[in-house]
Design a protein around this ligand. Structure first.
Ligand SMILES: [Zn+2]
Length: 162
């Protein structure tokens, strides 16, 4: 069990496009186990590699019964619309309402390098998109209108006592 330190906004790695995962070996399995440990310790439902300072396209998730490892993730289809609260372990869990598609289909590789597709709805779909965004160097606040984004950052800074 190894809980890693969570990278927080505005550290540069959170804004960088992740590099593809190319080695599906024991090191990757250990990394994923650490990411699950870190996510559970922080009481999150998803965690992407940039959130522990690694510039990699990789996330883990355990949300509404959907537990998986996703390397090189891509959202290949999305439809509908949902509006709901979202937060991020890298932005102090300050919540904001984000509008996203209701359904999302993910294509990714598991820890053995096998490709899979999975389609989910609602909160799990939100997690798919939130975590895939992390792998592309995007944060949920990038989806917010400017004023609301500034409000989230202000509240986050206040809680962090910047
Ligand atoms: Zn996040």
């Amino acid at each position: 069990m190894a809980v890693r330190k969570i990278t927080e906004y505005p550290e540069a790695v959170l804004g960088q496009m992740g590099k593809p995962v190319t080695e599906f070996d024991g090191k990757l399995a250990t990394l994923c186990a650490d990411m699950f440990d870190t996510m559970y310790a922080a009481e999150g439902v998803g965690l992407a590699a940039p959130q522990i300072g690694l510039n990699l396209r990789l996330f883990v998730m355990d949300c509404e019964g959907v537990k998986l490892i996703a390397a090189n993730p891509e959202i290949i289809a999305a439809e509908g619309e949902q509006s709901g609260q979202e937060g991020c372990l890298s932005v102090g869990k300050v919540p904001a309402v984000v509008v996203r598609p209701q359904k999302a289909r993910l294509r990714a590789q598991n820890e053995k390098g096998e490709w899979f597709e999975r389609e989910v709805e609602g909160y799990a779909a939100r997690a798919f998109m939130h975590e895939t965004d992390h792998c592309d160097g995007k944060l949920f606040i990038d989806h917010l209108p400017k004023l609301r984004r500034e409000m989230v950052i202000r509240r986050y800074k206040k809680e962090k006592k910047w």
